[in-house]
Design a protein around this ligand. Structure first.
Ligand SMILES: [Zn+2]
Ligand SMILES: [Zn+2]
Length: 277
């Protein structure tokens, strides 16, 4: 069984009830965080998981809403590990190494204070950053993680992640329009977590900057068609643009069901879906 918890179902626009994009994938004893949006560690704590319990942090792309709290994950994993520090594994598309290096630079004053203050903290946060665009991520562990490129241009490169555990597989798509890389990754998987926007709503708002987001995201229809093409069993929609009030996602489900014949899941932050036995 693979458990999916939507830690943050929001977007770049601050929302009092929806944290920024982040998803927790749990299988066996392992915990994987996909993206680290606004408020991620508060939601992770609510899901019963601490930064020091993460086996890896996987970043789909470097848009600010998906990485804005990555610094908090790095700091918290560091200061709440009381035994020997093992490096925090961070995986992302090319560019993630430089982004993490810059975050560590941004944190350098704090890192200096803590090392000076705590006799048992001698080294800055240990991170192991892996850049990948396609293929299997080299990890120890029971969960096999693989990636393929997605299409969120001009944001480039961007990737999706697939988690295989025993007989189950879940794909977390990130932001993308329908593309061959995502189709490939989804083949044979049971669960798909996909960001989606209501283009039918956004296209009618006379603000160009909002309308711009339509050309590099999947609509609800497109995300559903991707799931249908790959014969996915359960589609989990997240990253709702525009956000719907709690309990009022029926219209989204209705649209998705016109293009996808499997189970459709959506909801509030901390919505949890189990895939497989
Ligand atoms: Zn994005
Ligand atoms: Zn986004």
């Amino acid at each position: 069984m693979i458990a999916i918890t939507l830690l943050g179902t929001g977007t770049p626009i601050p929302d009092p009830n929806r944290a920024g994009p982040a998803t927790l994938i749990q299988a066996g004893e392992e915990n994987y965080l996909v993206d680290a949006g606004r408020g991620v560690l508060m939601r992770l704590a609510a899901a019963g998981c601490g930064a020091n319990m993460l086996d890896a942090v996987l970043i789909t792309h470097l848009h600010s809403d998906h990485i804005t709290d990555l610094n908090d994950v790095i700091t918290s994993a560091w200061v709440t590990t009381f035994s020997e520090q093992k490096p925090l594994q961070i995986v992302g598309p090319p560019g993630i190494k430089e982004a993490v290096d810059r975050l560590l630079h941004f944190l350098s004053s704090d890192i200096g204070y803590r090392i000076a203050h705590h006799a048992d903290l001698n080294d800055p946060p240990a991170v192991n950053v892996i850049e990948i665009e396609s293929g299997v991520v080299e990890f120890e562990g029971d969960v096999k993680i693989s990636t393929e490129p997605t299409d969120h241009r001009p944001v480039d490169p961007t990737i999706a992640f697939r988690f295989d555990y025993q007989n189950d597989a879940v794909v977390v798509a990130g932001d993308t329009i329908p593309c061959a890389g995502l189709d490939k990754l989804c083949t044979g998987a049971q669960g798909l977590v996909h960001t989606a926007i209501r283009k039918d709503v956004i296209e009618n708002i006379p603000i160009q900057r909002l309308q711009d987001v339509c050309d590099y995201h999947s609509s609800v229809e497109e995300a559903s068609q991707t799931a249908e093409r790959a014969e996915i069993n359960t589609l989990v929609l997240t990253h709702y643009v525009p956000a719907f009030p709690s309990g009022q996602g029926d219209e989204w489900k209705e649209i998705a069901s016109q293009h996808f014949s499997g189970e459709i899941e959506l909801g509030d932050d901390l919505h949890r879906v189990e895939i497989g036995e």
